[in-house]
Design a binder for this molecule. Structure first.
Ligand code: DER
Length: 214
């Protein structure tokens, strides 16, 4: 399909241009685009990958690395990563992005931060002027189960996301549970708020301040 071809082209281009021969520690993200990244890395050959180690962002990513015959590493062993390649749900013109459609964003953000170079691989559908244009489910927020009801209430009553919901599983009764044993809340914000993604964070910080001021 055109979409799969677009994912593959984006992934092959990202690898060809940003996975340099001297890079040894490579972070691998999650989702349906990243397999094309791994496919292209494998095609660089056994010699190119002989001394490399690949750091996963969760179960799916780990299985992809192992099934592709690449060496698996851990972020404990390699806290600094040469390049991390990952997907995204939406990317705006300032390179702000929504991640977490696959509920893998906590470890993805750790490996993105740990990487000297972070490459987002996304097909044409993800490019938007403002976040929330196409990806309507809302901003994914990973929460510890103990806190989910409180966070949901804060989102509804203070953070102006009245339609925030706990992400329920499809092939399992109850909520989605992440690789970290946590829940995910999807929080839609109005387009005006999403034009300045950092206002969402500043509101959260002000909420924290408000709560600590009480
Ligand atoms: O959860 C995430 O952020 C993933 O990277 C994911 O949402 C990207 O998905 P896709 O590559 O399957 O579109």
């Amino acid at each position: 399909s055109v979409i799969e071809k677009s994912k593959q082209l984006a992934a092959w281009t990202a690898v060809d241009e940003h996975v340099l021969p001297e890079y040894r520690v490579i972070g691998i993200g999650s989702g349906s685009t990243v397999p094309y990244v791994v496919e292209r890395i494998v095609s660089q050959g056994a010699e190119a990958n002989r001394d490399r180690v690949f750091i996963p962002t969760g179960f799916q990513s780990k299985e992809l690395i192992v099934s592709s015959g690449l060496s698996l590493g851990d972020v404990d062993q390699y806290p600094t990563i040469d390049v991390t390649l990952d997907g995204a749900d939406e990317v705006d013109t300032q390179l702000n992005c929504i991640k977490g459609g696959g509920a893998c964003h906590l470890r993805e953000k750790v490996l993105a931060e740990a990487a000297t170079t972070f490459i987002l691989v996304a097909d044409y559908r993800k490019n938007v002027e403002y976040l929330g244009t196409n990806f309507k489910a809302g901003v994914p927020i990973e929460v510890v189960p103990f806190a989910y009801a409180k966070v949901l209430q804060n989102l509804h009553q203070v953070l102006k996301s009245p339609n925030a919901t706990l992400r329920m599983a499809v092939a399992k009764a109850g909520p989605v549970v992440t690789d970290n044993g946590n829940f995910v809340i999807d929080a839609p914000f109005d387009i005006e708020r999403m034009k300045e993604p950092y206002t969402v964070i500043s509101i959260s910080l002000s909420l924290h301040q408000a709560l600590t001021d009480q």
